[in-house]
Design a protein around this ligand. Sequence first.
Ligand code: SAM
Length: 283
Amino acid sequence: MKKARIKAAKVAKAIAEGRDVEAERMEQEKNRLSGAGFRKREALWRQRINGADTSFKICIDCSFEDQMTSKEIGSLSNQIRYCYAANKRNTKPIHLSISSLSGSTLNNLSRCDGFPNQWTLRAFTHTDQSLLSLHTDPSRVVYLTECSDTILDTLVDGDVYVIGGIVDRNRLKGVTRKKAKEMGVRTAALPIDKYLKKGKGPSTATKVLTCNHVFEILLKFRENGGDWGAAMLDVLPTRRGDGDGDGDGDGDGDDDGARSDDGGVKGVASDTAVIVAGNETTS
Ligand SMILES: C[S@@+](CC[C@H](N)C(=O)[O-])C[C@H]1O[C@@H](n2cnc3c(N)ncnc32)[C@H](O)[C@@H]1O
């Protein structure tokens, strides 16, 4: 199993570095039994989450489930897991919410470790209610869509940036722009053309990104003090396709490095998460 191989490699590396692996293991076990490890993690989390209340927020709008195939819904569920995991690991996490979460997407997430109880302890909320039932001030809502004429310059504290919960292989062009118009909320596109040069660096073949890539770029932008270029370079892969062709960006579905409160999620390293193949609109 891949997980076991990775663990063995970590142990081999630690031994090569001259670390006393057995002593470390005993110390970890002692901390686990005494609850010291848990308390330390909680204290670190409280430090990191400090500031999220005044920051911008991100919401994934899952109201498009009836327009997706079950495979696409599966991919979307994985992408939501990656968003949760990336947020939990980030040095400056934000509040992540999911609106209109029901049906198969909810069922898929319900099978993840820790969903929803442990997730809600990590700046996560979800509801089956609509976006504007959850974020009630439309003037603070910005729907992200690659079709917008407004290009994001910065992210404003107090605003809610909405990502369409969609995996569509470019079939549902313009649905988020249409929805934003109906709701009377602003729209904005990521400044991809401005910061990524065509033919160079990461996947400039597409301007339509996966939900988790959009989410991570916003997080990185906040974390790195407002540098779009660096955020995109950090998050976007330099190669296309995740090898398994399902476009969910997970490569193999393995839950590498999962911890129980991760919801069994995989790491979102930039060399493993990839753009959904088939979402290309521009080249
Ligand atoms: C795979 S895309 C879905 C594209 C879909 N056809 C649509 O109309 O939104 C998933 C979501 O990520 C966000 N997104 C993807 N690329 C974006 C971009 N370049 N700028 C802003 N948001 C983007 C949008 O919120 C989008 O709904």
